[in-house]
Ligand binder design. Sequence first.
Ligand SMILES: Cc1cc2nc3c(=O)[nH]c(=O)nc-3n(C[C@H](O)[C@H](O)[C@H](O)COP(=O)(O)OP(=O)(O)OC[C@H]3O[C@@H](n4cnc5c(N)ncnc54)[C@H](O)[C@@H]3O)c2cc1C
Ligand code: SF4
Length: 334
Amino acid sequence: MNREILIIGGGPAGLECANSLISLGYKVFIVEKSAEPGGHLRKWDRLFPYGASASETLEKLLQQSNKALFFYETEVKSIKKSDGVFIATLSDETQLHVGSIVVATGFSLFPAAKKEEYGYGIYNGVITNADLEDAFKTGKKEFFKANRVGFVHCVGSRDEKVCNRHCSKVCCVTAVKQACEFKDLNPEAEVYCFYMDLRMFGRGYEDLYLKAQNKYGIRFIRGRVSEVAEDVDGCLVLKAEDTLTSRPLKVTLDLLVLMSGISKNPDNDEIALMLGIDTDEDGFLSLCEPNLNNNKTQVEGVFLTGSVTGPKTLPETLNEARAAALAVHKYLSR
Ligand SMILES: Cc1cc2nc3c(=O)[nH]c(=O)nc-3n(C[C@H](O)[C@H](O)[C@H](O)COP(=O)(O)OP(=O)(O)OC[C@H]3O[C@@H](n4cnc5c(N)ncnc54)[C@H](O)[C@@H]3O)c2cc1C
Ligand code: SF4
């Protein structure tokens, strides 16, 4: 039995899958496209819903996975299968002979500039959720002087025009978390969230939403934003329709935060072609038995884990990663 496993992607899913495989006695290679492990978790500051530190969380994942052999700034160029063994050729020409492959290449944040009507990249006061996380993390103070702040939900999600019909799942609760954090830094600020519906599905999320209203006075407006412009004083003017009252709305703001959604990794088509698996209508990689097994593909020995198959929270990602390790173990012990 070949006890060597290739994991493609060293984000939370890849790291946690490696941890479990190592504790089951496997040798793990992780091929990571960027220069560092950790994926998107490296970019976040505090995690919803309880405010845990993202860097401490990542540190724990890394401590456990340091026995894996990492290839940074590397990609898989080709994969062949011969007598049940996968032969992977990497971009640095290294060849790995492995018994199984786990794809954990994650997601891409929706590029907010694609929604031109919101003015990202045009007006300085328009930023994304990822920019705001970076400001929380690095203590960039300029944003926190804003006294009128808006959060726009569903940017690039639930939107057929940009070919993303899916809900990104994490951005409602991220908006509420970030709105509360903003109020902690600037208690005088007026903060608005413009949403289509609020999807506060997880344990502790509803409590955060209630706290946002009752403790922080954040105002939730069920509204569809149609346009953002800048007035002569350099303030942002947001036009929306209040979908509860069917009335048009105009709000003047200093800062607008766009809740960019979880989109497919643009590498998915290439990865799918290389491995002989499919992508779904939103471009995520497809599972062959999604109800029974959220790791299995139609190719024996190839497994998927984490947000490469669709939006996931971190705990969901980590659970799936452990399940993928067990699926590999079952496959190789058959
Ligand atoms: C704004 C925002 C805030 C969030 N905040 C939270 C939160 O507070 N709490 C929470 O539970 N969840 C949060 N999430 C969700 C969380 O980020 C994801 O659950 C988690 O990052 C998914 O991990 P992953 O490993 O599947 O993907 P990723 O984090 O995307 O990692 C994928 C890894 O694969 C690598 N990779 C990509 N393509 C290739 C390739 N071709 N070859 C090799 N390597 C490749 C990438 O460089 C990356 O290191 C948030 C998401 C967003 C968008
Ligand atoms: S989680 Fe909320 S903001 Fe994100 S796409 Fe779904 S409904 Fe929209």
